[in-house]
Design a protein around this ligand. Sequence first.
Ligand code: PLP
Length: 412
Amino acid sequence: MASTKEIITKAKTFGSHNYAPFDLVLVRGEGSRVWDPEGREYLDLLGGYSALNHGHRHPKIIAAAHAQLDQISVVARCFLNEPLAEMAETLVKLSGLDRVMPMNSGAEAVESAIKVVRAWGVRKKGLAPHRAQIITCDNNFHGRTTTVVSFSSEPQYREQFGPLTPGFVHIPFGDAAALERAITDDTVAFLGEPIQGEGGIVVPPDGWMAQVREICTRRNIALIWDEVQTGLGRTGKVFCWQHENAQPDVLTLGKALGGGIMPVSACVGKREFMDAIHPGEHGSTFGGSPLAMTIGKAALDVLVDEKLSERAAELGPKAMQRIRDAKIPGILEVRGRGMLIGIELDPALGGAHKLCEMLIENGVLTKETRKHVLRLAPPLVISEAELMKGVDITLATIRQMAAQAQQPHASL
Ligand SMILES: Cc1ncc(COP(=O)(O)O)c(C=O)c1O
């Protein structure tokens, strides 16, 4: 096997530079542990940005994938396949919604939801074509496609990529009164994350999701929750909206729906909304393939059978308490829900990216979200002992960083 150095050189020479990865190559993973080419072991507290809720190489999901590979993997969508039917039924029963539109990436699921509510606006609500407005939140993250970055409030994600798609307005996150005020005759939907993940693990005020649900119903606009990151157990419920019984009309899922094996996403919704799109108006070559759907169904079954949501609800608060109890002056706030945790650092420490580099040295993998927030999103299968070990290493590393920041000539 090539060395870390050789792989980095080749990747940087031939790969595009739209990421600036750490100098770390991973070649093997199991549960919440991963290894580099030299055999060094790391504890994974990032969990693939929530794509690895089931951990690396979950044996039941791998077995289901192997069995399906021996049957049939890809079927053109002009034919049907059994895993698609099975996975759709499972997801409908879990969500209480009616129909599943399978896609591949999270951004595609969001694009699908946008098309669904725009079609609903014209066909069911009686809006003139090309007028639909969707209300989104400041500081959102919904993916990287051209339409999706059109309503990003982050200039870096948007500014070089115009002309942008019109039809989106912004309100402050967590502000129900602002939603009420922003609705016009052209509004078809509100689109939001139940907790802003990439935006810095921002938790809205209690009751906000339920208020949003009530407003959308009363004003006859669709509610889209983007649960690509918060969904499938991460926050302590299968879906984050279940904390406030704020069921959406349209739901987007991705990341963990792929069971840590391959990209699988879905736009799921109530019949009235999903049926606004007619045959031929939307689709995806690989979305709904037998292999993807087998893996998606296995991921949902494992989530339920192994009580991953309950694990997140139990272990996440314990981890947060341990971090708070450490009372490290460099930590300004600890926030989150379930196992989606943000640690807000004092800017004087020198930034969360630097902390992540030091954590790699100490054998723990995480990633910053925004400049001064460290994100912990461990696989939900992690044992309590492993999680607490990872938390303790993280705390020790923050102390180490704080000590360096206090030295007059420290180069952070
Ligand atoms: C809430 C949310 N929506 C959509 C996406 C985009 O998913 P993908 O990168 O699979 O396109 C992400 C990714 O981080 C996300 O957090």
